[in-house]
Design a protein around this ligand. Structure first.
Ligand SMILES: [Zn+2]
Ligand SMILES: [Zn+2]
Length: 305
């Protein structure tokens, strides 16, 4: 291991794409600065903003909450309990402990109370769980933030997540998804501002921050994530990254610089769902349609149970 780039002490972390090593203290400092620079570069929020951080109990979202807290931002947490047995239970406890030890406020929203748990919905939906789960989370995070007066919703999406999504959207030439892929989505039309302050940091860099920063997090992946297509895309990109460090960041940053500005015209018109009032492209939002399917299923299956 090389010596720390800042102080010359023995390095504990080596970042191949920058060809530099850091000791523990200077790695944590580098990481914080990187997040701070990203927030400023994209005008995500200021120290006056009320930020709601969506936390899952995993390393990315808890690292995000931790670094925002250390940088002096006003950030509260939101944990959405998906009702996935012990996995959800453990994740909630980890988030609660995280908040408690730092004196931070954590909100908990139970998906089971709001509509139905993920296992319940899975029994009825043919789509892969990650697809409707992501949709439900986005819907309730946004609604919750609005109701509680938060102007910013921050998520822990990292460079691996974002470049894998970009890759899959490019493979399918999903023009409207590509147009909406940006580290900051502005407020308005029923949405609060949504930001991804960790989008330049890789999964590995976040794991290092969590580990060296002494953050306790849930290491196991969601049991339903197995076989998700994003895992395959991540694997391919990681292979390229290994052969040529910096590929993922270049791929994503060049998309933002070169292609994204040309996609503005692709933006779809949004209106209000006629049932719940949340933003949607159609007459009734996909969540209300899911709710209808759930209730008709319960009705039709109740006589036999
Ligand atoms: Zn150092
Ligand atoms: Zn609706």
């Amino acid at each position: 291991m090389k010596k720390c780039y800042k102080c010359g002490l023995k390095g504990v972390v080596y970042l191949p794409q920058y060809r530099i090593a850091f000791c523990k203290e200077h790695y944590l400092e580098w990481y914080s600065r990187r997040v701070e620079e990203t927030i400023k570069e994209f005008h995500m929020f200021t120290r006056e903003s009320r930020v709601l951080v969506a936390v899952s109990g995993g390393k990315d979202s808890l690292s995000l909450w931790d670094v925002l807290y250390r940088l002096g931002y006003k950030a509260d947490g939101l944990y959405i309990d998906l009702g996935i047995g012990e996995y959800s239970e453990r994740s909630r406890i980890v988030c609660e402990r995280f908040a408690q030890t730092r004196g931070l406020e954590l909100h908990v929203l139970s998906l089971g109370e709001a509509i139905a748990t993920i296992p319940e919905i899975k029994r009825l939906e043919k789509r892969p769980p990650c697809s409707f789960c992501g949709q439900l989370k986005r819907y309730y995070m946004n609604r919750f933030a609005k109701e509680k007066g938060y102007s910013i919703l921050a998520t822990g999406h990292n460079l691996d997540d974002e470049s894998a999504t970009l890759f899959s959207n490019l493979l399918a030439w999903n023009m409207d998804y590509l147009a909406r892929q940006f580290p900051l989505l502005p407020e308005g039309k029923g949405f609060v501002r949504r930001v991804k302050p960790l989008f330049k940091l890789s999964e590995k860099e976040n794991a290092l921050y969590a580990f060296l920063g002494g953050i306790e997090y849930v290491e196991e992946e969601c049991p339903f994530a197995e076989g998700a297509s994003s895992i395959g895309y991540k694997k391919v990109l990681s292979q390229l990254e290994e052969e040529s460090p910096g590929t993922k960041l270049r791929f994503y940053m060049d998309f933002l610089r070169r292609l994204h500005p040309l996609l503005k015209a692709q933006e779809v018109e949004l209106r209000h769902c006629s049932i719940c009032g949340e933003p949607t492209t159609g007459e009734v939002c996909s969540l209300c349609r899911l709710r209808e399917r759930l209730s008709s299923k319960t009705l039709s299956s109740s006589p036999s149970s």
